[in-house]
Design a binder for this molecule. Structure first.
Ligand code: NDP
Length: 394
C-alpha cells in the first residue's frame, strides 16, 4: 500500500464547494492530433466540479482510501516546516500541480528515500529536479494535452487584452468613469499585426490556429520546423531562431518548456532588439524571461504590454514587481486549471495511478522520466544534465 502526498491549491475563500456557473461541460471526443482522452476505469467526481483544490483532492480520495492507500492532501508546500516536507520522508508518490507547485528539489528528493513516482496533475514538470529524479530512478509523469487548448485560449485572450488595452478600460468602467481617451490612447487593432509564437508545439500551434482568423501575419520559431503543408495551411513564416522571430513581430507568445536552452532567454539584450512597443504573452514558464528586464522594458516603453499567468516563485510574494508593472495583464497561474481542464487532468492522474498500482506501463505520452532516463514526452521536451533545477532562478 502506498502513501500518496497530494499538494493542491487552497480552497476558494468563499467556501467549498463553490456555486457552479454552469451545469455541465462539453464532452470532447479526443485531442487535436488524435491522442485519446484520459481513460481511467472510472472517476468519482462529476466533470465540471472544482477538484484542483484541497477539498476536491482531484477526485481521488475514495479511490485511494478504498484501495487501502494513505492519502495526505495539503496546500502547505514551502519551507522546511511545511506539511509537504514533513510528509515527504515516507511518501511513495507525490502529486502536484504547476499552478501550486510543490518544488521537488534535489534536496527534497534526497529526503524522500521511498519516493518512486512524481505525478504532475497538468503539464510542465520543471518543478521537479529531473536530473535528481533520473539518478534516483523516480518515474515522473504528467497528463500531456490535458490543458493545452485551455492555455492556448488564455494566450489568445491575453494578446487581445493587451493590444486592445482591455484591463485598464474595464477598470475605468468599473470605477464609474467614461474616460474614452484614457482607454484608447493605448489601444490598437490586432488585424494586420505580425504575431509570432516562440515554439510551435501543442500549445503554440493551437495559438497560431486561433489567431489566424484575426487576419494577422503569423510567424514562429521552433527547434523543429513544421511540415511544409502545415506551414502553408497556417500561412506562417518560419524563423530559425528566437532572435530572428522577435525582430519580425509585434506580438510574441511564448510556448517553449523551461529548460537550460530557454532559461532567461528573454533578457535585456533580446528585448532591446524587438520593435518598440512590442507585446509579450508568456503562459509557458516565468523564468524564460528575466523578471527585472521585463519591468524595465515596460517602464521605458520598449514593450507596450506583458501578460501571462506564470510567475517565479509560485505563489509570488506580495511585492513581486509583475503585479504592478505598467501595462501588464497578468493573472495567477490559472490558464490550465479551468473546470474543463481539471476534469481531464484529474482523470489522467487517476489513469496513471491505476496503471502504476496494477504494474501496467504508463502511457508513453504521459512519461517524462522513467527507468533512469528522460522518456516519452519528456525525451522530446526536456534536456537531462542541464542543471535546470527548480528554484534556480529569479
Ligand atoms: P510541446 O512539447 O508540445 O511543445 C513545446 C515545443 O517547444 C516543442 O516543439 C519543442 O521542440 C519546442 N522547443 C523546446 N525548446 C525550444 C527552444 N529552445 N527554442 C525553440 N523551441 C523549443 O509543449 P506544449 O505546447 O504542450 O507546452 C509548452 C509549455 O507550456 C510547457 O512546457 C509548459 O511549461 C507550459 N504550460 C503551461 C501551462 C499553464 O497552465 N500556463 C499548462 C501547460 C503547459 P522540440 O520538440 O524539438 O523539443
Amino acid at each position: 500500500m502506498a502513501k500518496v502526498v497530494l499538494v493542491l491549491y487552497p480552497d476558494p475563500v468563499t467556501g467549498y464547494p463553490p456555486e457552479y456557473a454552469r451545469d455541465s461541460i462539453p464532452v470532447l471526443q479526443g485531442y487535436p492530433g488524435g491522442q485519446s482522452l484520459p481513460s481511467p476505469s472510472s472517476i468519482d467526481f462529476t466533470p465540471g466540479e472544482l477538484v484542483g483544490c484541497v477539498s476536491g483532492a482531484l477526485g481521488l480520495r475514495k479511490f485511494l482510501e478504498e484501495g487501502g492507500h494513505q492519502l495526505v492532501v495539503t496546500s502547505d508546500k514551502d519551507g522546511p516546516d511545511s506539511e509537504f516536507e514533513r510528509e515527504l520522508p515516507d511518501a511513495d508518490i507525490v502529486i502536484s500541480q504547476p499552478f501550486w507547485p510543490a518544488y521537488l528539489t534535489a534536496e527534497r528528493i534526497a529526503k524522500a528515500p521511498k519516493l518512486k513516482l512524481a505525478i504532475t496533475a497538468g503539464i510542465g514538470s520543471d518543478h521537479v529536479d529531473l536530473d535528481a529524479a533520473i539518478s534516483r530512478g523516480i518515474t515522473v509523469a504528467e497528463e500531456t494535452y490535458s490543458n493545452s487548448i485551455s492555455v492556448a485560449e488564455h494566450a489568445v485572450m491575453q494578446i487581445l487584452a493587451l493590444v486592445r488595452n482591455f484591463v485598464p478600460s474595464h477598470q475605468w468602467a468599473a470605477e464609474g468613469g467614461w474616460n474614452i481617451a484614457d482607454c484608447v490612447a493605448h489601444a490598437y487593432d490586432v488585424e494586420g499585426l505580425d504575431v509570432g509564437v516562440m515554439a510551435a508545439g501543442r500549445i503554440g500551434q493551437a495559438v497560431l490556429r486561433r489567431m489566424a482568423p484575426f487576419d494577422v501575419n503569423l510567424h514562429y520559431t521552433d527547434t523543429r520546423r513544421l511540415p511544409a503543408e502545415l506551414e502553408q495551411e497556417l500561412n506562417v513564416t518560419f524563423h530559425p531562431d528566437v532572435a530572428s522571430l522577435v525582430r519580425a513581430v509585434d506580438v510574441v507568445s511564448i510556448h517553449a518548456p523551461l529548460h537550460p536552452q530557454t532559461y532567461h532567454l528573454f533578457d535585456e539584450k533580446l528585448l532591446a532588439t524587438m520593435r518598440r512597443g512590442s507585446y509579450i504573452v508568456n503562459t509557458a514558464r516565468a523564468e524564460i524571461c528575466v523578471r527585472d528586464a521585463i519591468v524595465a522594458a515596460l517602464e521605458s516603453g520598449q514593450l507596450a504590454g506583458y501578460a501571462g499567468d506564470v510567475w517565479y516563485p509560485q505563489p509570488p510574494p506580495a511585492d513581486h514587481p509583475w503585479r504592478t508593472m505598467p501595462h501588464n495583464a497578468m493573472t495567477p497561474h490559472i490558464s490550465g486549471s479551468t473546470l474543463s481542464a481539471q476534469a481531464r487532468y484529474a482523470a489522467g492522474t487517476r489513469e496513471i495511478l491505476e496503471d502504476w498500482f496494477a504494474g501496467r506501463p504508463i502511457r508513453e505520452e504521459y512519461l517524462i522520466v522513467d527507468g533512469g532516463k528522460l522518456a516519452g514526452t519528456g525525451a522530446a521536451s526536456y534536456t537531462a544534465g542541464g542543471g535546470s533545477s527548480p528554484g534556480s532562478g529569479s
